[in-house]
Design a protein around this ligand. Structure first.
Ligand code: NAD
Length: 331
């Protein structure tokens, strides 16, 4: 039984090969993204395993279904790049890894906050140059700051608990409230209130029609001057051009993004000897108060082990028609 992988990196092979010892699938690894340019090369595969920026449009899914693929296994949580309606019509199973390590992402969101605040990335370089001055490294205490969490699912929940542990005031907005969070001190407020009151805003909702450009010119105008915005969700939650304007006017005091609207042309690749033609990312990286990381919030040992385990277990169960260990993997 063959599974074809796309967007494969050396660490994917490491973790999937180790896990596959329990399953014995034939695994074909492609480094390239999945899209119309490559889909025709898939042959004799029962499943295709894709990652965050692979494009599973109706066109791609039709070719895969015609070639006998039965399962699309996303080795990630987000599924905004899959045409689920088309998959359903074609009879394809689509599964994902809903919770490989919410803590990994929540802890990374905190690390973006702390790095931007205390400027440890600048201090590291400075001290290596024997510059021991503190000028320009002034930060603020997290204790007592108002942090707004948009989306209190698995990742938002974990981050709320971390921030409460740091004595922050935590506001939240979600379509559904979590009583456990209210009990421990999180205050749910309407979205516009969370945006207006927060010193730090962290985005943890999925990308969909309702959340596309949630952070835009209008919402930025209502924020506190000097607000810190953290995005480990999906790039298009933020209108990048509006964020750039907000940084230029100093309305936005700090921006930490692990995801970027146009990341599929950049992230997960070494482009250090290439000319980058995306002017927005270059402009963002030119601000001293912006920190960009390349979709690494999930990237821990624990998360990669879980991703491999859940993905291969789901494919195995779907092939055998046996009960899924966790039915919520199926979309
Ligand atoms: P989850 O499904 O557990 O939680 C999402 C929450 O968002 C839910 O509580 C849902 O009710 C809420 N929500 C839905 N629509 C909303 C809206 N319009 N406004 C406010 N809240 C809304 O998902 P999760 O595991 O916590 O992950 C959240 C997102 O983080 C994922 O969708 C994915 O895009 C992103 N993610 C990023 C990385 C990374 O490495 N950077 C890794 C994993 C997940």
């Amino acid at each position: 039984m063959k599974i074809t992988f796309f967007s494969t990196k050396p660490y994917d092979k490491q973790f999937f090969d180790a896990c596959n010892k329990d399953y014995g699938f034939e695994i074909e690894y492609y480094e390239t993204h999945l899209g119309p340019h490559i889909v025709n090369t898939v042959s004799d595969s029962i499943a295709v395993c894709a990652f965050v920026n692979d494009k599973l449009s109706a066109e791609v899914l039709e070719v895969l279904a015609a070639k006998g693929v039965k399962t699309i296994a996303l080795r990630c949580a987000g599924f905004n790049n899959v045409d689920l309606e088309a998959a359903k019509k074609l009879g394809l199973n689509v599964c994902r890894v809903p919770a490989y390590s919410p803590d990994a992402v929540a802890e990374f969101a905190l690390s973006l906050m702390l790095t931007l605040n205390r400027k440890t990335h600048k201090a590291y370089n400075r001290v290596r140059e024997q510059n021991f001055s503190l000028n320009g490294l002034l930060g603020f205490n997290m204790k007592g700051k108002k942090v707004g969490i948009i989306g209190t699912g698995k990742i938002g929940y974990s981050l709320c608990k971390i921030l409460l542990g740091m004595s922050c005031t935590v506001f939240a907005y979600d379509l559904f409230k979590k009583n456990e969070l209210e009990t421990i001190g999180v205050e749910y407020l309407p979205l516009d209130e969370v945006i207006k009151l927060s010193d730090i805003l962290s985005l943890h909702c999925p990308l969909n029609d309702d959340t596309y450009h949630l952070i835009n010119e209008e919402t930025i105008a209502t924020m506190k001057p000097g607000v810190m915005i953290i995005n480990t969700g999906r790039g298009a939650l933020i209108d990048t051009r509006a964020a750039i304007e907000g940084l230029k006017t100093r309305k936005i005091g700090y921006l930490g993004i692990d995801v970027y609207e146009q990341e599929d042309k950049l992230f997960f690749r070494d482009l250090s000897s290439k000319i980058i033609t995306d002017d927005d990312i270059q402009r963002l990286m030119s601000f001293p108060n912006v920190l960009v990381t390349a979709h690494q919030a999930f990237f821990t040992n624990e998360a990669l082990e879980t991703i491999a385990d859940v993905t291969l277990n789901s494919i195995d169960s779907l092939i055998k028609g046996s009960t899924l260990r966790d039915p919520s993997v199926l979309l």
